[in-house]
Design a protein around this ligand. Structure first.
Ligand code: ZN
Length: 266
C-alpha cells in the first residue's frame, strides 16, 4: 500500500501538473469508488494539492475538496493532451482541464476512494489522525511522549496506527525499526528512550530518502511518470538477509508479515 513517501511523490507531481488549473468536468466511470457528487464539479479552479497522512487532498476554490485514498492499487495518469488517452482498463474517473489536459484515476481492486468533501467533512476525516512525522513542530520529545502513552503496546503496531502517527505503513515501519536496532516484537516500555530517539531520527531519514527516490514500487504502486526506485534500497522488507548479511526472520505482527534481523535488532 502506498505510504507517506509514495503519496507525497504523487502530490508533488500533481502540484506541478494541475495546480491552479480549472476543472471543466469530472467523468465518473465507477460509482462504487468515485463519489456521485463529482457531477457537480464544473468550471472550478484548483487552489492547491496537499497530503495529510495517506490522503491526497485537492482544494477547490468553491470550498470543496477532492479527497483520494490510493489504498492498494489506486494510481493516476496525466495526459497533456486529452486525445492521447486510450481507453484504459480500471479507469474510474477522468478529470478534464481547461488547457485540454486530462488526469485519470485508476482502481484495480475497487477499494480505493475518490470523494468530494466540504470543509466540515474534511475536518471529521482528518481530526483523528496523528501528527505528520516530517513536520518541523514534531520533535523527538513529542515522539517519545506520544509512544510512552501506551507502554504495553507493541512498537510496530503503534507505528502503523494512523491515529498515533500519520503516513507510516508496513514497509517504512520495518525499515525504521531495522535502522534503529529495535526488535519489532518489543513492547514500548521495554525500549530504552535513546533507542526511541534513534527511531524518531531514522523514520525521518528513511521517509525523506524514499521521497527522493519517488517511493517504493512493490505490488502495484506507480506515480504519475512511472515507478519509484526505493525498493532497490530496502534493508529488510521482503529481503532474505540484512545489509550486514545476517539471515532475516519473517514473523506475523497484528496480521502483517514482518521481516527483522535477530542480530541487529534487539
Ligand atoms: Zn543484521
Amino acid at each position: 500500500m502506498p505510504e507517506l513517501p509514495e503519496v507525497e511523490t504523487i502530490v508533488n507531481q500533481l502540484n506541478s501538473e494541475i495546480n491552479h488549473k480549472t476543472i471543466l468536468s469530472i467523468e465518473n466511470l465507477d460509482h462504487k469508488v468515485v463519489d456521485k457528487k463529482t457531477s457537480t464539479i464544473k468550471n472550478i479552479n484548483i487552489n492547491n494539492v496537499c497530503r495529510r497522512a495517506k490522503y491526497i487532498i485537492i482544494a477547490l476554490n468553491n470550498s470543496q475538496y477532492i479527497v483520494i485514498h490510493l489504498r492498494l492499487t489506486g494510481h493516476f495518469h496525466y495526459f497533456k493532451n486529452k486525445d492521447k488517452f486510450t481507453n484504459e482498463k480500471f479507469c474510474v474517473a477522468k478529470i478534464y482541464f481547461n488547457d485540454n489536459s486530462l488526469l485519470t484515476f485508476h482502481s484495480i481492486r475497487r477499494f480505493e476512494r475518490f470523494d468530494i468533501l466540504n470543509q466540515s467533512e474534511l475536518n471529521t476525516l482528518t481530526a483523528p489522525l496523528g501528527p505528520e512525522p516530517l513536520d518541523k513542530s514534531f520533535t523527538a520529545d513529542k515522539f517519545q511522549q506520544l509512544f510512552q502513552k501506551s507502554p504495553s503496546a507493541n512498537i510496530k503496531t503503534k507505528l502503523m496506527n494512523q491515529n498515533i502517527i500519520a503516513g507510516i505503513g508496513n514497509i517504512y515501519a520495518q525499515e525504521s525499526l531495522y535502522y534503529a536496532g529495535i526488535n519489532p516484537q518489543k513492547k514500548i516500555q521495554d525500549i530504552p528512550s535513546e533507542k526511541l530517539t534513534n527511531l524518531y531520527h531514522e523514520i525521518q531519514r528513511i521517509l525523506l530518502q524514499a521521497i527522493k527516490h519517488k517511493g517504493t514500487s512493490v505490488d502495484d504502486y506507480e506515480h504519475l511518470n512511472g515507478e519509484g526506485d526505493f525498493q532497490n534500497y530496502l534493508a529488510v522488507y521482503q529481503k532474505s538477509h540484512c545489509p550486514k548479511k545476517h539471515p532475516l526472520k519473517k514473523i506475523n505482527i497484528s496480521g502483517r508479515g514482518t521481516f527483522y534481523c535477530p542480530i541487529c535488532q534487539k
